[in-house]
Design a binder for this molecule. Sequence first.
Ligand code: ADP
Ligand code: MG
Length: 261
Amino acid sequence: MTSPQQLEQPAEAGRTRAIGAPIISAQDVQKHFGSFHALRGVNLTVRQGEVVVIIGPSGSGKSTFIRTINALDPHDGGSITVDNIPLDGQGNLDAIRREVGMVFQSFNLFPHLTVLENITLAPTRVRKTSKADAEKRGLELLRRVGIEEQAHKYPAQLSGGQQQRVAIARALAMDPKIMLFDEPTSALDPEMIKEVLDVMKELARSGMTMLVVTHEMGFAREVADRILFFDQGNIVEDTTPDEFYHHPKHDRAKQFLSKIL
Ligand code: ADP
Ligand code: MG
């Protein structure tokens, strides 16, 4: 586990990471659910190493958008490219999902598998890693998220914060290039939010490219390179955290901030 001292670096620490070439490119992305137009021409480029926080009112399309990025929800217009792989033909789905890890609000661990088995499942099945190698790496990842001693327990024996840290370790076990988080702390009791955010901050500092839907404003200000504000199926602000908090341009963003701050 990263020492508390490392975790308490000043706000600027998160923004000194090297930002590389574009790794996600979304152009005019559209998504319909029946007659409902959920994504209305989303354009976005994310560079390697960037941490992008997505905020916006409930129902504005945040989850739908990040789910299109690993094709959990297929988009139905425009184009998405992830690490030079176009996300259009069905044949690319496996390749994309290997590059993109996802963490959900509700953890989604397999209840009948131990913590370590949850983590080794995909590497052994999908990547054909040997059981011994997958377990060694799994234990390293559990150490990284601070719960190595829980390896042989079942999810139900863990707190919510611990379960979410297992979910993060499980996603990292596939060595993704990008991590997507959809409100990862929204289902947690307040005292467990920090332990999950600390793991995410460490991940950000390690250079991981991250898209994070969250309303945790402290996290966003400390770690995000950019804030995207979604409203009615589109990005209506794409700016730095400081600019967003001090000078929101869009009326909906102003209203939203006045409610949550
Ligand atoms: P957010 O994550 O910003 O709260 P979502 O992306 O979950 O919003 O949803 C955007 C809109 O799309 C909402 O109005 C929601 O009701 C609708 N929607 C999302 N998923 C589905 C679905 N599977 N079927 C029908 N409508 C959906
Ligand atoms: Mg959502």
